[in-house]
Design a protein around this ligand. Sequence first.
Ligand code: HEM
Length: 113
Amino acid sequence: MDILTGVILVIHMIGWAIVLGGALTTMREPRIAKGVTHGAVTALVAGILLVGLAEMGDGDVNNVKIAVKLVVALVITAMAIYGSKNQDKVTTGYLGGLAGLTVLNIAVAVLWR
Ligand code: HEM
């Protein structure tokens, strides 16, 4: 793995960690913390860059896996943006959905080989 890919992968994972941590820590007083939306958008962009770098290099990309991750990530990002603009709609269940989808994508990323 070259250094650029490594740095972007670190950013990718920190971004999703912010989304997961942010969703879990606000469960008692449900709201979308500011960092959650930033984390989701940053991680999404980093993920797309990772695919581009893999396509440019000799890394082979599992397109079905990436498509599944992309759809789930787009739902997460949309939920974060919608929730941050409509904080009154954010419930514990909403945050649970956000956290659950993030965990699902972590499992897809790591277990789908
Ligand atoms: C909630 C959404 C997501 C989570 C939690 C997530 C999590 C992760 C994790 C934990 C890894 C490291 C896995 C490993 O290297 O063993 C990873 C790698 C990667 N992710 Fe994501 N990711 C998400 C969304 C995306 C999206 C939307 C894309 C691209 C459109 C993407 C593209 C990649 C790529 C290319 C890698 C490099 C390794 C591989 O091919 O699996 N990810 N992701």
